[in-house]
Design a protein. Sequence first.
Length: 269
Amino acid sequence: MPSSTERFYARFVTLLIFIYLVMPILATIVYSFATSWVKTILPEGLTLKWYQQLVTNPDFSAALVRSLGLSLGTTLIAMACFLPVVFYVNVYAPSLKAKLHFITILPFTIPGIILVTGLIQVYANLPIPKSLILVLAIALLSLPLTYQVLNNAFIAHDFRAMFEQALVLGERPIPAFLKVILPNIKSGIFVAMLLTFTSAFGEYVLTNLLLGGNFETLKIYMYRLMQSNGQASSVLTTIYFLFLAFISLILILIMRHANTPSKERSKHS
């Protein structure tokens, strides 16, 4: 059993790490409200002017719409491509799971600059929109997260037996999948969708190198603001951080709800 000195030391180190991680975030948030903060310990005043200027800026609105469209398109394509594959491997071909797992870690081994260079060389002369290539590339890079979350959802139950029982009872494969499989993995699907969405929403390297200034997303717009207006970039960074915190809170609530036994959920309801 740890002594009081060891507990104090552990709490002290944890507090230092927490302060080290939180202080830059707090400083960025406070700076986004500051009228001026140059040579003083605290800002000279607080204002919402920078938020008003950013929200009413048409460049911000356009970048936000592009980021949302890119994220939604990537999420839908990733789910449409990967969910049937994970379902097939878990229900019909478990022997392929090891090979599929090896394939899913390949995106981690390919640097973004190399991937973009290869994509440009292969698809430069083909009549394919570069925006579509970008969506497919980001969906591929999100494969490790998407596969792991979906695979964990399928491990939770014997879906092969459930699916076969539905077929024996007269259901066709697609209705059986929609009525039996999807309701039991909806938490995993939602988590995978959120992780894919946030990955695409924060993508910078592929978007900037493949499309450049022709497709300015929120992340590219953020880096452009950093070079011209520090307070406006702090506002955008704060908004981006709050968005990620909101997504993280949703993920935590989903995972907590999924891990809560059905009896406890019925009591709370």
